[in-house]
Design a protein around this ligand. Structure first.
Ligand code: FHN
Length: 641
């Protein structure tokens, strides 16, 4: 992973037959690379595009040069997207560029161009395949018969093409996608991952080879998941995850594949700031271009790549080969680190004033701003200390409209006094609650307040009433960190009901219909209803357009704060005694949300609503005493209706 972590920045390319309609089909607009599905184009009407594919202006070396000049270090191109069409002449398919008037080996030309420009060549390969007769499921609207379709045979085809890509092009990254339909699963993902490892041990494989990424958030929900990096899509996580490799992929406008009418372009400033934000969290940025049918990049993409490159030419050292910021959150900007060099990236800094950098314990050997030269060297920036804080004197003018980078040479790797951690089992408590205040370094002492005043009190903290805790780290009598604030509420446990249900298990009502949120059940007439053992779906269940309501009683073994973990695809809502405990509603891929309830010992009314729109279905509910160890399913013996 070393080259990949050093790279930080790559070019994503979504290119294929879909560039020909360029987002429009008959009188339907707004499509991209999904046009075969989103415009419901029968296969027989899509096939002729193969004879129209002739990108006469395709110039791989020009593409690679633009990527390199933009400061990118790797290129990921769609060897095959969901429409199944290959950008190389596959021996196991006729549905590829070999059967087009163009006929050239696009992947081979791009690989050689990447090598010439010092870039890594990588491939995106879709598992989902809307062309191959053995792929299942068919599109919901398709009349094409699934008769005789054999998914095992499709899997052999998928493996054969992945092997071809490895043997012919040796991609540095195999970027899988389209893993979310019910026919793909963990076992198939592990087998494909092992095939990649065995065929090319040095090849990096993303986590979409498996089925555990939490939707567009892109991080695995299961420790059994395989894959070398997480794949947030169109979003940047709030924080990085130390020790975890991840890459945000994003479009420059609103489409991955070329859409001629999409004018919703992100500005170069926005894209540069996203790159800085991602790098400051220890991630990679895979920025997409959707080339046109003639083989050229849209001018708006060319312009942005060039402007990003101008910025990177002088400031790329703050991105390439850096690690995540040592600060928890830095007002007015971001930071990255390389050894004893600290890069401060100003986004909305107070020009003419001072930029406070909190809790930096190091001695500062030099402080310069990149892009501003005085007498041939990078201009020095005056600074002063205030306790453990460093204040940069922003007496100069911005060096460019996008983001300024200050380079601080320190006496060693940055040492930052982070705010203390305020640790309690839950944000609510009954009776009294001891609050742990943890300093990030042994030499620091934590002081606190609960009345809004300066955090100066010392010693253990025991709450008997609701309070807003403020805590700060001290070195001797010197405050050296930011102030952490946490509100904690004292609540009364919800009283138990006089009796539980007379029958074991829950009562489950099942409804059909297309929803995008959990419906109001009082308005629905149940299609089917019966008792069930517990929360969840029948093994292998994947009904689409389905709603389920589970109602009954939960017999709580002891009074206290209980934590519930609700995982679902799509939305779900958990109520106890009518109170909403977990709201995990809406359209989303498999993901988990948690909530807390203060419950007396005995029976409580429990209700769970869930729906699945289309695609995969998932539902599980687990619980634990707040602050306890592992979550566990709710015991069937404690459920009744
Ligand atoms: O369905 C694809 C989409 O077309 C595109 O390829 C993105 C980029 O990674 N991935 C899937 C959507 O999550």
């Amino acid at each position: 992973m070393a080259w990949w972590r050093e790279a930080r920045f790559g070019l994503f390319l979504h290119w294929g037959l879909y560039a020909i309609p360029a987002g429009e089909w008959k009188n339907s607009k707004g499509h991209g690379e999904w046009i075969r599905e989103s415009a419901q184009i029968p296969l027989e009407d899509y096939l002729p595009l193969q004879q129209q594919f002739n990108p006469v202006n395709f110039n791989a070396r020009e593409w690679a040069r633009m990527a390199r000049a933009a400061g990118m270090r790797y290129v990921v191109i769609t060897s095959k997207h969901h429409d199944g069409f290959g950008l190389w002449d596959s021996k196991v398919s006729e549905w590829d560029v070999g059967g087009t008037p163009f006929g050239r080996d696009i992947l081979g030309e791009l690989k050689r161009a990447c090598e010439a420009e010092g870039l890594r060549f990588c491939t995106y390969h879709s598992i989902m395949d809307w062309h191959h007769p053995d792929y299942l499921p068919r599109r919901a609207w398709e009349s094409r018969s699934a008769e005789g379709a054999d998914f095992e045979r499709f899997e052999d085809y998928l493996h054969a093409q992945v092997r071809e890509l490895v043997e012919n092009y040796r991609p540095a990254v195999m970027w899988f996608d389209g893993e979310w339909e019910r026919t793909w699963n963990h076992e198939r993902g592990v087998e494909l991952f092992r095939l990649c490892r065995q065929a090319a041990p040095e090849m990096i494989v993303n986590n979409r080879v498996d089925v555990h990424r939490g939707g567009m958030g892109g991080f695995n929900l299961s420790s059994e998941a395989v894959g070398d990096f997480a794949t947030p899509e169109q979003e940047i996580p709030a924080t990085g995850v130390p020790g975890l490799d991840w890459e945000t992929c994003m479009t420059m406008n609103d489409h991955w594949g070329y859409n001629a009418l999409d004018a919703d372009w992100k500005s170069s400033t926005d894209l540069i700031r996203k790159l800085c934000d991602i790098a400051s969290k220890g991630g990679n940025f895979l920025l997409n271009v959707g080339p046109r049918a003639d083989g050229t990049f849209p001018p708006e993409s060319v312009e942005r790549l060039a402007e990003i490159g101008e910025w990177m030419k002088i400031r790329g050292e703050a991105i390439h080969g850096t690690q995540a910021s040592p600060f928890e959150n830095l007002a007015h900007g971001r930071a990255t680190v390389r050894g004893s060099t600290l890069y401060l990236i100003g986004l909305d800094v107070p020009w003419g004033g001072e930029w406070r950098i909190p809790g930096l314990a190091n001695e500062i050997r030099s402080c310069r701003v990149l892009g501003l030269e005085v007498a041939g060297t990078q201009a020095s920036v005056p600074f002063r200390r205030e306790g453990a804080d460093v204040l940069l004197n922003l007496c100069m003018v911005p060096t460019n409209p996008h983001a300024d980078v200050f380079r601080l040479e320190l006496d060693g790797p940055p040492r930052v006094y982070r705010s203390p951690r305020i640790v309690t089992p839950a944000p609510i408590f009954t009776g009294e609650q001891r609050v742990e205040l943890l300093a990030p370094a042994p030499e620091l002492e934590v002081r606190w307040s609960i009345d809004g005043g300066a955090p100066l009190r010392r010693g253990p903290l025991l709450l008997r009433e609701s309070a807003t805790v403020q805590a700060q780290c001290f070195l001797g009598d010197q405050p050296v960190s930011g102030i952490r604030t946490l509100s904690l509420e004292r609540v009364e446990p919800q009283p138990a009901l006089p009796a539980a249900g007379s029958s074991p298990g829950l009562w489950c009502r099942i409804f059909q219909g297309q929803y995008e949120r959990v419906p109001d059940f009082t308005t629905l007439a149940a299609a089917r209803e019966h008792a069930v053992q517990g929360f969840g779906l029948p093994q292998g269940h994947s009904a689409e357009h389905e709603v389920r309501q589970f109602v009954g009683f939960l017999d709580v073994p002891e009074e206290g704060i209980w934590e519930f973990a609700l995982a679902s695809d799509d939305g779900s809502k958990l109520r106890i005694d009518g109170e909403l405990i977990v709201d995990h509603d809406g359209l989303h891929s498999p993901s988990e949300k948690r909530g807390f309830a203060a419950l007396a010992r005995g029976p409580h009314r429990i209700e769970l609503g869930w729906f699945n729109a289309a695609g995969g279905a998932e539902l599980s509910l687990k619980w634990r005493k707040a602050g306890g160890e592992a979550f566990a399913p709710l015991p069937a013996a404690r459920l009744s209706h």
